[in-house]
Ligand binder design. Structure first.
Ligand code: SF4
Length: 278
């Protein structure tokens, strides 16, 4: 695993549990509204903050976050051992561990990592963008996770745009873009089989999401046990702000009233829908 950080205590990230959150490095998407550019854009961790050139310089054959690709094996055993030492000291105090990112499913040794956490007696929650359903399938079927939170980025027709895929590949074809939605759809199906507890979550951004989009997502999530609409909060350092020149998107925070209206519009399709963070 390539670990990028540890939040030692969270009462929010794992519903009902006292947990810590470990962040993995690298992501296969470039959601413009993402608040974690240092986990997503490889150049930032090396102090290279040149706009635009970050992606040009790093989307190359040895880019560790190539779309849909797999990261190389873990680069820092000491870091991993330090994390497990911390967990060892928190036995009896923490009940759960959230494995977040970046995108954890890019790491080839994720199953082993999750298994080791569970063997220590902790519950495991995985945060994922659902772009690697084959990995999700393996992990769920092996019983390595207790809870999965999956981002559902937008309606199928806007999926690629919302994932920032044009930042990664300006020449992405419609077929390549459609693959993103297909992958999300497959991951949604895996989770809705119900072998592990799960939630879907959509960060709602004015400029990316309309009420119609939320309705289209709802049709895909009909019957889901939990779906949260999260309010996008603007910040200076978003992934999209490092990608200017490719495509400029104006991203704004939706009002609570707008979110409430969206929620009401989809409540029949997905009765479990709720707002989070407002
Ligand atoms: S919000 Fe998007 S870019 Fe950021 S970590 Fe999640 S999937 Fe990756």
């Amino acid at each position: 695993m390539i670990l990028a950080g540890l939040q030692k205590l969270t009462l929010l990230d794992y519903p009902g549990e006292v947990a810590c959150t470990v962040f993995t490095k690298g992501c296969n998407l470039r959601c413009p509204f993402c608040h974690n550019p240092e986990l997503v854009l490889p150049g930032l961790s090396q102090g290279n903050r040149q706009e635009d050139s970050i992606l040009k310089n790093n989307i190359s054959s040895n880019d560790t976050s190539h779309p849909m690709g797999e990261l190389p094996p873990g680069s820092s055993p000491n870091q991993t051992e330090a994390f497990f030492d911390y967990l060892n000291r928190r036995r009896g105090k923490l009940s759960g561990v959230v494995v977040s990112g970046g995108e954890p499913t890019l790491h080839a040794d994720l199953p082993e990592f999750l298994g080791r956490i569970r063997e220590m007696g902790f519950l495991v929650k995985l945060d994922t963008n659902g772009m690697r359903p084959e990995v999700l399938r393996k992990i769920v079927d092996a019983g390595l996770v207790d809870y999965v939170a999956m981002d559902v980025k937008n309606s199928p027709r806007k999926y690629a745009m919302t994932c920032g895929i044009a930042y990664l590949n300006a020449e992405a074809t419609d077929t390549e873009a459609a693959i993103l939605w297909e992958r999300a759809r497959e991951s949604i199906s895996i989770l809705m089989e119900g072998h592990a507890a799960y939630e879907f979550r959509t960060t709602v951004v004015t400029g990316l999401h309309t009420e119609q989009d939320i309705k289209e997502i709802a049709r895909q999530l009909s019957g889901a046990r939990a779906w949260y609409l999260q309010q996008f909060i603007g910040e200076k350092k978003l992934v999209g702000s490092y990608c200017r020149g490719r495509r400029t998107l104006k991203l704004c925070t939706p009002s609570v009233a707008e979110l409430e209206k969206m929620k009401s519009a989809v409540q029949l399709d997905v009765p479990s829908v709720a707002l989070r963070g407002v």
